[in-house]
Design a protein around this ligand. Structure first.
Ligand code: AMO
Length: 438
Protein backbone atom coordinates (compact mmCIF):
# COMPACT_ATOMS: atom_id res chain seq x y z
CA UNK A 1 0.00 0.00 0.00
CA UNK A 2 1.07 3.55 -0.61
CA UNK A 3 2.73 5.14 2.35
CA UNK A 4 0.95 7.93 4.18
CA UNK A 5 3.08 10.22 6.31
CA UNK A 6 2.14 10.50 9.97
CA UNK A 7 1.89 14.27 9.55
CA UNK A 8 -0.93 13.75 7.03
CA UNK A 9 -3.06 11.35 9.08
CA UNK A 10 -5.53 13.97 10.30
CA UNK A 11 -6.94 14.19 6.79
CA UNK A 12 -7.18 10.39 6.51
CA UNK A 13 -9.55 9.73 9.43
CA UNK A 14 -11.97 6.94 8.53
CA UNK A 15 -9.71 5.56 5.81
CA UNK A 16 -7.26 2.69 5.75
CA UNK A 17 -3.61 3.68 5.41
CA UNK A 18 -0.09 2.34 5.70
CA UNK A 19 2.42 4.24 7.81
CA UNK A 20 6.10 3.36 7.74
CA UNK A 21 8.51 4.23 10.49
CA UNK A 22 10.20 3.23 13.73
CA UNK A 23 8.73 1.88 16.92
CA UNK A 24 9.12 4.68 19.42
CA UNK A 25 7.47 3.10 22.44
CA UNK A 26 5.74 -0.15 23.24
CA UNK A 27 3.13 -0.67 25.92
CA UNK A 28 1.99 -4.24 25.64
CA UNK A 29 -0.81 -5.07 28.06
CA UNK A 30 -2.73 -8.30 28.16
CA UNK A 31 -5.89 -6.73 26.73
CA UNK A 32 -4.62 -3.78 24.69
CA UNK A 33 -1.30 -3.18 22.98
CA UNK A 34 -0.09 0.33 22.26
CA UNK A 35 2.72 0.90 19.79
CA UNK A 36 3.82 4.43 18.98
CA UNK A 37 5.25 4.61 15.47
CA UNK A 38 7.34 7.58 14.38
CA UNK A 39 8.37 8.79 10.96
CA UNK A 40 10.12 12.04 10.03
CA UNK A 41 6.84 13.97 10.18
CA UNK A 42 5.51 12.86 13.57
CA UNK A 43 4.38 9.97 15.76
CA UNK A 44 1.10 8.07 15.93
CA UNK A 45 -0.39 5.59 18.35
CA UNK A 46 -1.26 2.16 17.01
CA UNK A 47 -3.85 0.50 19.23
CA UNK A 48 -4.50 -3.22 19.03
CA UNK A 49 -7.21 -4.81 21.17
CA UNK A 50 -6.13 -8.38 21.78
CA UNK A 51 -8.44 -11.08 20.47
CA UNK A 52 -7.58 -14.09 22.61
CA UNK A 53 -6.11 -17.28 21.14
CA UNK A 54 -5.12 -17.14 17.51
CA UNK A 55 -4.39 -13.42 17.70
CA UNK A 56 -1.44 -13.54 15.33
CA UNK A 57 -1.11 -9.77 15.17
CA UNK A 58 -1.00 -9.55 18.98
CA UNK A 59 1.77 -12.18 19.03
CA UNK A 60 3.73 -10.27 16.40
CA UNK A 61 3.47 -7.04 18.40
CA UNK A 62 4.64 -8.93 21.49
CA UNK A 63 7.86 -9.75 19.67
CA UNK A 64 8.52 -6.12 18.66
CA UNK A 65 11.40 -4.04 20.00
CA UNK A 66 11.87 -0.30 20.25
CA UNK A 67 13.38 1.26 17.08
CA UNK A 68 12.41 -1.67 14.86
CA UNK A 69 11.44 -0.50 11.36
CA UNK A 70 7.79 -1.36 10.71
CA UNK A 71 4.99 -0.90 8.20
CA UNK A 72 1.56 -0.68 9.79
CA UNK A 73 -1.64 -0.91 7.78
CA UNK A 74 -4.89 -0.06 9.49
CA UNK A 75 -7.85 2.22 9.92
CA UNK A 76 -7.36 5.80 11.13
CA UNK A 77 -9.76 6.53 13.98
CA UNK A 78 -10.36 9.85 15.68
CA UNK A 79 -10.07 9.37 19.44
CA UNK A 80 -9.96 12.46 21.64
CA UNK A 81 -8.52 10.41 24.51
CA UNK A 82 -5.29 9.84 22.58
CA UNK A 83 -2.83 12.56 23.56
CA UNK A 84 -0.82 12.14 20.40
CA UNK A 85 -2.85 14.13 17.87
CA UNK A 86 -6.27 12.83 18.96
CA UNK A 87 -6.18 9.86 16.62
CA UNK A 88 -4.99 6.30 16.46
CA UNK A 89 -4.50 3.53 13.97
CA UNK A 90 -6.34 0.25 14.48
CA UNK A 91 -3.97 -2.16 12.77
CA UNK A 92 -4.95 -4.88 10.35
CA UNK A 93 -1.46 -5.82 9.26
CA UNK A 94 2.01 -5.13 10.59
CA UNK A 95 5.17 -5.94 8.66
CA UNK A 96 8.46 -5.85 10.50
CA UNK A 97 10.87 -4.57 7.83
CA UNK A 98 13.85 -4.86 10.15
CA UNK A 99 13.92 -5.76 13.80
CA UNK A 100 16.04 -3.70 16.23
CA UNK A 101 18.24 -5.60 18.63
CA UNK A 102 16.87 -5.25 22.17
CA UNK A 103 18.65 -2.80 24.47
CA UNK A 104 19.60 0.34 22.57
CA UNK A 105 23.19 1.55 22.95
CA UNK A 106 22.04 5.12 23.67
CA UNK A 107 19.25 6.74 25.66
CA UNK A 108 18.22 10.23 26.76
CA UNK A 109 21.00 10.45 29.37
CA UNK A 110 23.86 9.26 27.16
CA UNK A 111 26.98 11.45 27.02
CA UNK A 112 28.18 13.25 23.89
CA UNK A 113 30.93 10.80 22.88
CA UNK A 114 28.69 7.75 23.00
CA UNK A 115 25.97 9.65 21.15
CA UNK A 116 28.47 10.46 18.41
CA UNK A 117 29.45 6.79 18.19
CA UNK A 118 25.80 6.01 17.52
CA UNK A 119 24.99 9.16 15.60
CA UNK A 120 22.44 7.45 13.31
CA UNK A 121 20.38 6.53 16.37
CA UNK A 122 20.95 9.91 17.98
CA UNK A 123 19.57 11.59 14.86
CA UNK A 124 16.31 9.67 14.98
CA UNK A 125 15.25 12.17 17.61
CA UNK A 126 13.28 14.93 15.87
CA UNK A 127 15.08 17.74 17.73
CA UNK A 128 18.41 16.54 16.40
CA UNK A 129 17.22 15.91 12.87
CA UNK A 130 15.72 19.39 12.74
CA UNK A 131 19.27 20.74 12.33
CA UNK A 132 19.48 19.34 8.80
CA UNK A 133 16.09 20.58 7.79
CA UNK A 134 17.20 24.04 8.90
CA UNK A 135 20.54 23.56 7.12
CA UNK A 136 18.71 22.80 3.89
CA UNK A 137 16.70 26.01 4.23
CA UNK A 138 19.83 28.01 5.12
CA UNK A 139 21.76 26.80 2.09
CA UNK A 140 18.82 27.27 -0.23
CA UNK A 141 18.34 30.87 0.95
CA UNK A 142 22.05 31.57 0.54
CA UNK A 143 22.04 30.21 -3.01
CA UNK A 144 18.93 32.22 -3.76
CA UNK A 145 20.62 35.47 -2.69
CA UNK A 146 23.89 34.56 -4.41
CA UNK A 147 22.03 33.95 -7.66
CA UNK A 148 20.05 37.19 -7.37
CA UNK A 149 23.31 39.02 -6.76
CA UNK A 150 24.88 37.63 -9.91
CA UNK A 151 27.20 35.08 -8.31
CA UNK A 152 28.55 32.05 -10.13
CA UNK A 153 28.78 28.92 -8.01
CA UNK A 154 32.16 27.19 -8.12
CA UNK A 155 33.74 24.06 -6.71
CA UNK A 156 37.41 24.64 -6.11
CA UNK A 157 39.85 21.77 -5.52
CA UNK A 158 40.40 20.46 -2.03
CA UNK A 159 43.65 18.70 -2.91
CA UNK A 160 46.51 21.14 -3.30
CA UNK A 161 50.17 20.84 -4.17
CA UNK A 162 51.18 23.52 -1.70
CA UNK A 163 49.70 24.66 1.58
CA UNK A 164 47.27 27.59 1.22
CA UNK A 165 47.16 30.73 3.39
CA UNK A 166 49.63 29.52 6.00
CA UNK A 167 51.42 26.22 6.48
CA UNK A 168 50.55 25.59 10.10
CA UNK A 169 47.01 24.27 9.97
CA UNK A 170 47.12 22.00 6.97
CA UNK A 171 46.71 18.27 6.68
CA UNK A 172 49.18 16.37 4.54
CA UNK A 173 47.99 13.42 2.52
CA UNK A 174 49.93 10.88 0.53
CA UNK A 175 49.55 11.64 -3.18
CA UNK A 176 51.25 8.99 -5.33
CA UNK A 177 54.96 9.64 -4.81
CA UNK A 178 54.57 13.07 -3.26
CA UNK A 179 52.62 14.95 -0.59
CA UNK A 180 49.39 16.83 -1.20
CA UNK A 181 47.60 19.14 1.23
CA UNK A 182 43.91 19.47 2.04
CA UNK A 183 42.58 22.97 1.36
CA UNK A 184 42.15 24.97 4.57
CA UNK A 185 40.17 27.58 2.63
CA UNK A 186 39.18 28.23 -0.99
CA UNK A 187 40.77 31.65 -0.48
CA UNK A 188 43.38 31.55 -3.23
CA UNK A 189 41.09 29.84 -5.71
CA UNK A 190 38.21 32.23 -5.25
CA UNK A 191 40.62 35.09 -5.89
CA UNK A 192 41.92 33.23 -8.93
CA UNK A 193 38.31 33.08 -10.15
CA UNK A 194 38.14 36.88 -9.86
CA UNK A 195 41.30 37.09 -11.95
CA UNK A 196 39.58 34.72 -14.40
CA UNK A 197 36.78 37.23 -14.92
CA UNK A 198 34.13 35.46 -12.84
CA UNK A 199 32.64 38.59 -11.42
CA UNK A 200 31.13 37.20 -8.25
CA UNK A 201 32.03 33.84 -6.78
CA UNK A 202 29.99 31.65 -4.42
CA UNK A 203 31.09 28.30 -3.05
CA UNK A 204 29.79 25.92 -0.44
CA UNK A 205 32.37 23.25 0.24
CA UNK A 206 34.53 21.33 2.69
CA UNK A 207 37.31 23.09 4.57
CA UNK A 208 40.04 21.23 6.46
CA UNK A 209 41.94 22.60 9.44
CA UNK A 210 44.67 20.71 11.26
CA UNK A 211 44.02 22.61 14.47
CA UNK A 212 44.24 20.57 17.66
CA UNK A 213 41.34 22.57 19.14
CA UNK A 214 38.89 20.94 21.50
CA UNK A 215 36.41 23.80 21.79
CA UNK A 216 32.68 23.63 21.15
CA UNK A 217 33.10 25.56 17.87
CA UNK A 218 36.09 24.00 16.17
CA UNK A 219 36.06 21.06 13.81
CA UNK A 220 38.93 19.71 11.70
CA UNK A 221 36.58 19.43 8.72
CA UNK A 222 33.69 21.82 8.26
CA UNK A 223 31.53 23.28 5.53
CA UNK A 224 32.54 26.74 4.45
CA UNK A 225 30.42 29.26 2.58
CA UNK A 226 32.70 31.51 0.57
CA UNK A 227 31.94 34.64 -1.41
CA UNK A 228 34.28 36.81 -3.45
CA UNK A 229 33.11 39.97 -5.25
CA UNK A 230 34.99 41.82 -8.00
CA UNK A 231 35.24 45.59 -8.20
CA UNK A 232 34.38 46.30 -4.57
CA UNK A 233 35.52 49.61 -3.12
CA UNK A 234 36.09 48.24 0.34
CA UNK A 235 34.96 45.84 3.02
CA UNK A 236 31.77 47.87 3.58
CA UNK A 237 30.38 46.54 0.30
CA UNK A 238 31.21 42.99 1.30
CA UNK A 239 29.52 43.44 4.68
CA UNK A 240 26.41 44.82 2.99
CA UNK A 241 26.27 41.70 0.82
CA UNK A 242 26.67 39.40 3.80
CA UNK A 243 24.12 41.06 6.06
CA UNK A 244 21.51 40.99 3.30
CA UNK A 245 22.22 37.30 2.77
CA UNK A 246 21.91 36.51 6.48
CA UNK A 247 18.71 38.47 6.79
CA UNK A 248 17.17 36.42 3.99
CA UNK A 249 18.45 33.23 5.60
CA UNK A 250 16.84 34.08 8.92
CA UNK A 251 13.59 35.18 7.29
CA UNK A 252 13.32 31.77 5.68
CA UNK A 253 14.37 29.91 8.83
CA UNK A 254 11.88 31.85 10.96
CA UNK A 255 9.10 31.19 8.46
CA UNK A 256 9.72 27.48 8.03
CA UNK A 257 11.23 26.31 11.29
CA UNK A 258 10.84 29.12 13.85
CA UNK A 259 8.14 27.39 15.89
CA UNK A 260 9.93 24.02 15.89
CA UNK A 261 13.28 25.53 16.85
CA UNK A 262 11.63 27.30 19.75
CA UNK A 263 9.79 24.14 20.81
CA UNK A 264 12.76 21.77 20.62
CA UNK A 265 15.63 24.06 21.56
CA UNK A 266 13.99 27.04 23.28
CA UNK A 267 15.74 29.44 20.92
CA UNK A 268 13.78 32.30 19.37
CA UNK A 269 14.68 32.93 15.71
CA UNK A 270 15.10 36.68 15.32
CA UNK A 271 15.07 38.17 11.82
CA UNK A 272 17.81 40.80 12.06
CA UNK A 273 17.30 44.46 11.17
CA UNK A 274 19.58 46.01 8.54
CA UNK A 275 22.17 47.34 8.77
CA UNK A 276 23.89 45.24 11.43
CA UNK A 277 25.78 47.29 14.03
CA UNK A 278 29.42 47.97 13.14
CA UNK A 279 32.29 48.74 15.47
CA UNK A 280 35.90 49.33 14.62
CA UNK A 281 38.33 47.14 16.50
CA UNK A 282 39.51 50.25 18.38
CA UNK A 283 35.94 51.01 19.49
CA UNK A 284 35.36 47.39 20.39
CA UNK A 285 38.52 47.31 22.50
CA UNK A 286 37.48 50.46 24.30
CA UNK A 287 34.07 49.02 25.11
CA UNK A 288 35.53 45.74 26.25
CA UNK A 289 38.20 47.27 28.42
CA UNK A 290 35.64 49.55 30.05
CA UNK A 291 33.77 46.35 30.94
CA UNK A 292 36.86 44.80 32.51
CA UNK A 293 38.17 42.61 29.68
CA UNK A 294 41.95 42.46 29.10
CA UNK A 295 42.94 44.23 32.31
CA UNK A 296 46.60 44.38 31.18
CA UNK A 297 45.63 46.19 27.97
CA UNK A 298 47.92 44.02 25.86
CA UNK A 299 45.59 42.23 23.48
CA UNK A 300 45.40 43.08 19.77
CA UNK A 301 42.75 40.56 18.84
CA UNK A 302 39.53 39.30 20.38
CA UNK A 303 39.64 36.05 22.31
CA UNK A 304 36.52 33.90 22.78
CA UNK A 305 35.74 35.68 26.05
CA UNK A 306 36.10 39.06 24.28
CA UNK A 307 33.75 37.92 21.52
CA UNK A 308 31.14 36.77 24.02
CA UNK A 309 31.36 39.96 26.05
CA UNK A 310 31.31 42.26 23.02
CA UNK A 311 28.21 40.56 21.62
CA UNK A 312 26.53 40.87 25.01
CA UNK A 313 27.38 44.57 25.28
CA UNK A 314 26.13 45.30 21.75
CA UNK A 315 22.95 43.30 22.35
CA UNK A 316 22.34 45.29 25.52
CA UNK A 317 22.82 48.61 23.75
CA UNK A 318 21.13 47.94 20.43
CA UNK A 319 19.07 44.77 20.86
CA UNK A 320 20.93 43.31 17.87
CA UNK A 321 22.32 39.76 17.85
CA UNK A 322 24.97 40.54 15.23
CA UNK A 323 27.94 42.86 15.20
CA UNK A 324 30.60 43.51 12.56
CA UNK A 325 34.01 44.32 13.99
CA UNK A 326 36.09 46.19 11.43
CA UNK A 327 39.59 47.58 10.86
CA UNK A 328 41.62 44.85 12.51
CA UNK A 329 45.32 45.49 13.10
CA UNK A 330 47.49 44.18 10.27
CA UNK A 331 49.49 42.18 12.82
CA UNK A 332 46.58 39.76 13.40
CA UNK A 333 45.36 39.46 9.80
CA UNK A 334 46.59 37.54 6.75
CA UNK A 335 48.89 39.26 4.26
CA UNK A 336 46.21 39.48 1.55
CA UNK A 337 43.95 41.88 3.47
CA UNK A 338 44.17 45.42 2.08
CA UNK A 339 45.45 48.16 4.33
CA UNK A 340 43.67 51.50 4.13
CA UNK A 341 45.72 54.21 2.42
CA UNK A 342 47.96 55.96 4.92
CA UNK A 343 47.15 53.46 7.68
CA UNK A 344 49.62 50.61 7.20
CA UNK A 345 48.97 49.25 10.68
CA UNK A 346 45.29 48.49 9.92
CA UNK A 347 43.34 46.33 7.48
CA UNK A 348 40.05 46.96 5.68
CA UNK A 349 38.72 43.74 7.10
CA UNK A 350 36.00 42.47 9.39
CA UNK A 351 34.77 39.66 11.55
CA UNK A 352 31.09 39.03 12.08
CA UNK A 353 30.02 37.95 15.55
CA UNK A 354 26.64 36.36 16.17
CA UNK A 355 25.48 35.85 19.74
CA UNK A 356 29.04 35.70 21.03
CA UNK A 357 30.71 33.62 18.33
CA UNK A 358 32.73 34.59 15.26
CA UNK A 359 30.95 33.21 12.23
CA UNK A 360 32.82 35.08 9.47
CA UNK A 361 36.10 36.62 8.46
CA UNK A 362 36.14 38.92 5.45
CA UNK A 363 38.09 41.72 3.85
CA UNK A 364 38.82 43.91 0.93
CA UNK A 365 41.83 42.17 -0.64
CA UNK A 366 45.11 43.72 -1.62
CA UNK A 367 44.93 43.48 -5.42
CA UNK A 368 48.08 45.45 -6.26
CA UNK A 369 50.87 43.00 -6.99
CA UNK A 370 53.77 44.97 -5.49
CA UNK A 371 51.97 45.70 -2.26
CA UNK A 372 50.71 42.15 -1.95
CA UNK A 373 54.22 40.76 -2.41
CA UNK A 374 55.57 43.25 0.12
CA UNK A 375 52.90 42.31 2.67
CA UNK A 376 53.58 38.60 2.20
CA UNK A 377 57.32 39.14 2.58
CA UNK A 378 56.69 41.18 5.71
CA UNK A 379 55.01 38.10 7.22
CA UNK A 380 58.08 36.03 6.38
CA UNK A 381 56.49 34.18 3.47
CA UNK A 382 58.39 32.90 0.47
CA UNK A 383 57.19 34.99 -2.48
CA UNK A 384 59.41 33.43 -5.14
CA UNK A 385 57.90 31.97 -8.33
CA UNK A 386 58.72 28.41 -7.21
CA UNK A 387 57.46 29.03 -3.67
CA UNK A 388 54.03 28.10 -2.31
CA UNK A 389 52.58 31.48 -3.31
CA UNK A 390 53.97 31.51 -6.84
CA UNK A 391 50.81 30.51 -8.72
CA UNK A 392 48.66 32.66 -6.49
CA UNK A 393 50.78 35.76 -7.00
CA UNK A 394 50.71 35.20 -10.77
CA UNK A 395 46.99 36.04 -10.65
CA UNK A 396 47.92 39.61 -9.75
CA UNK A 397 50.35 40.13 -12.63
CA UNK A 398 47.95 40.44 -15.54
CA UNK A 399 45.17 42.80 -14.51
CA UNK A 400 43.48 41.97 -11.21
CA UNK A 401 40.38 43.99 -10.32
CA UNK A 402 39.93 45.29 -6.79
CA UNK A 403 37.86 42.73 -4.91
CA UNK A 404 36.72 41.55 -1.51
CA UNK A 405 34.98 38.61 0.06
CA UNK A 406 34.24 36.56 3.11
CA UNK A 407 34.20 33.05 4.53
CA UNK A 408 31.34 31.84 6.72
CA UNK A 409 31.25 28.65 8.79
CA UNK A 410 27.97 26.83 8.13
CA UNK A 411 28.16 24.73 11.30
CA UNK A 412 28.55 27.83 13.43
CA UNK A 413 25.55 29.44 11.77
CA UNK A 414 23.42 26.40 12.59
CA UNK A 415 24.76 26.25 16.12
CA UNK A 416 23.67 29.81 16.74
CA UNK A 417 20.39 29.57 14.82
CA UNK A 418 19.17 26.67 16.96
CA UNK A 419 21.10 27.50 20.12
CA UNK A 420 23.03 24.21 20.09
CA UNK A 421 25.68 23.70 22.77
CA UNK A 422 28.37 22.52 20.33
CA UNK A 423 29.28 22.36 16.67
CA UNK A 424 29.22 18.58 17.17
CA UNK A 425 25.43 18.84 17.23
CA UNK A 426 25.34 21.09 14.16
CA UNK A 427 27.00 18.69 11.73
CA UNK A 428 25.95 15.26 10.50
CA UNK A 429 29.19 13.56 11.51
CA UNK A 430 31.72 15.57 13.49
CA UNK A 431 35.42 15.52 12.71
CA UNK A 432 37.82 16.59 15.46
CA UNK A 433 41.37 15.81 16.57
CA UNK A 434 40.13 12.65 18.31
CA UNK A 435 37.25 11.80 16.05
CA UNK A 436 37.43 10.20 12.61
CA UNK A 437 34.60 7.71 13.19
CA UNK A 438 31.95 6.87 12.26
P1 AMO B 1 38.61 32.01 8.70
O1 AMO B 1 39.82 31.21 8.95
O2 AMO B 1 38.23 33.00 9.75
O3 AMO B 1 38.76 32.85 7.35
O4 AMO B 1 37.40 31.03 8.42
C1 AMO B 1 36.13 31.53 8.02
C2 AMO B 1 35.03 31.02 8.94
O5 AMO B 1 35.03 29.61 8.96
C3 AMO B 1 34.61 29.15 10.24
N1 AMO B 1 35.68 28.34 10.84
C4 AMO B 1 35.48 27.17 11.47
N2 AMO B 1 34.37 26.46 11.71
C5 AMO B 1 34.51 25.27 12.36
N3 AMO B 1 35.69 24.77 12.77
C6 AMO B 1 36.83 25.45 12.54
N4 AMO B 1 38.01 24.92 12.92
C7 AMO B 1 36.76 26.71 11.87
N5 AMO B 1 37.67 27.62 11.47
C8 AMO B 1 37.00 28.60 10.87
C9 AMO B 1 34.33 30.37 11.08
C10 AMO B 1 35.17 31.43 10.39
O6 AMO B 1 34.68 32.72 10.64
N6 AMO B 1 39.93 32.85 3.93
C11 AMO B 1 39.28 33.43 5.09
C12 AMO B 1 37.92 33.95 4.75
C13 AMO B 1 37.93 35.17 3.85
O7 AMO B 1 38.64 36.14 4.18
O8 AMO B 1 37.23 35.17 2.82
C14 AMO B 1 39.15 32.36 6.15
O9 AMO B 1 39.31 31.18 5.91
O10 AMO B 1 32.94 30.64 10.98
Amino acid sequence: MVRVLVGELASAVGGTVTVKGWVETLRLQSKVQFVVVRDHTGAVQVTHRRGGAGDALGELLRGLTVESAVEVTGRVVANPVVKLGGLEIVPERVVVASVAEPGLPIGPETGAEQRMNWRFLDLRRPARRLVFEVQTTVERAMREVAAEQGCTELHTPKLMGTASESGAEVFEVGYFDRTAYLAQSPQFYKQMAIAAGIDRVFEVGPVFRAEPSFTSRHATEFTGVDVELAWTDGAEEVMAFEEAMLRRVLERVAERHGAEIERHWGTPVVVPELPFPRLTMAEAMQKLRAAGWDAEGVREDLDPEGERLLSALVAEETGHEFVFVTRFPASVRPFYHRRPDGEPGLTDSFDLLWKGIEITTGAQREHRYDRLVAQAAEQGMDTGPEGPLGRYLDCFRYGMPPHGGFGLGLGRVLMQALGLPSIRDAVFLFRGPNRLEP
